[in-house]
Design a protein around this ligand. Sequence first.
Ligand SMILES: C[S@@+](CC[C@H](N)C(=O)[O-])C[C@H]1O[C@@H](n2cnc3c(N)ncnc32)[C@H](O)[C@@H]1O
Length: 455
Amino acid sequence: MPINNIKKYVQDILPLILGDTLFSYELSICNCNKEPIPYSEIIGNLNHEYLVLIIFENNVSTISAIAKKLSKFINKNVFYVESENKTILYWFEGEEINPETSTSSKKIDTSEHLSSAIARIKSETRLPVWLDKFLFDTLLAEYAPDFDKYDFNLNHSEIEILTYLGTYFPRSYSESYCIFNDLFNNVHFKKEYQTKEIVNVLDIGSGTGGNLIGLLTALEKNLNQKFKVNIWAIDGNQDSLKFLTKITEKFKQYSQNKFEIKTINATVENINHLSSTFQSLDCQSFDFITSFKAVGEIISYAKSKNGQEYFDLALLCCPLLSDLGLLLILDVTTKAKNSTFLPILLNEQIRRFIKANNSFRILSPLSCNFFSQQCNTDCFYYHEFTISHKKKTKDVSRVVFKIVGRKKLVDDLSKDFKIGRFVIDWKHFDQENESKCCCPISLNEVVLSDSYKLS
Ligand SMILES: C[S@@+](CC[C@H](N)C(=O)[O-])C[C@H]1O[C@@H](n2cnc3c(N)ncnc32)[C@H](O)[C@@H]1O
């Protein structure tokens, strides 16, 4: 079919598929025999005469439904991918080019194609320029990974904290920023937050505040109205809390919004002791309760372990959630002292908490959102985030996390989610390993979906 006819055909069918929605998009029909092809590095194997590209200037929350409808209509595979705030929908037309090459390379191409075609949570970012400068030029933070030394941070000296600041703070920043930024792109969550003027945050094991600054940055980016954030930050290391205060003060200089931070220097003997600390706070209703990489350390520190620290933390924190409140517990993927791997503990205990407390529900990962009531799997999964800054490009961190909220809120935020074959391990994801990288309860489902993407 000549290129103009393809264009006319696509122009005729698109309004039928998109209906009267107001998406603005650009349509291009590319001849794959003629370079350059836009987005070819994302699309991969160009094995047909023509590539039809529809580029939406925004993230399109209904893109999966649109691709499915279009695919049914034209009886062809239709793919989509999200890249830098654009959504790209594409498929091929015309004759297959060089079928021999495409058949011999089919296995690799298909799996690459498979993973790039699934909309995934954005998991890499850079430190904002002001923060990069402040950490490395003003505070003189050091990048020096030392896994053994930094698996327990309660008693670290100021010098050791400077290495934490240059190495591990940026990783927590990235994890927190990426998770919350994605959450704020959930249309229902965004709508709820459009008029919110006061945001109350409780953070347990704040340290120097990497995850708090990630959350504040996501709030700044996504809320259009003026707002005030009140933060209660608990940690047993007073020097770390001093750095947290300095960084928050610096953050204020770059913002039109208001931030108030109250640091609570308390060493947690075991999770249940947090109950009296919480009772002493001058706020009892929080919009975000977060704990990043602290519970594993508290388990290692506690003299009396009861083996259900994540369960106990959820039990203490969930009643303190506001109607819009979410609890995010994130941890590293190692073993706590005299215990098993933290992802296995986190999964089992939060699932047990939800089964016993039906007024709360898991929001993320989506596999747990759908299957937590029926799942009994010893599940070890993790997700990788990367962060770039002046001392390191694409530094990788590997973490496990769960987001929990009141059932009514989570039901609302998840009402557009479709059940799928949920990918929980992207690092090993390819066609051969696919089933090992997906939530085992979801394996009967056909459509692959990212278990971490909430938008
Ligand atoms: C790995 S750091 C995480 C800091 C911060 N949340 C982040 O992600 O960058 C763990 C923090 O938990 C604190 N911590 C560990 N055990 C603690 C305990 N038993 N009581 C109070 N704080 C504790 C440490 O002082 C440290 O600041």
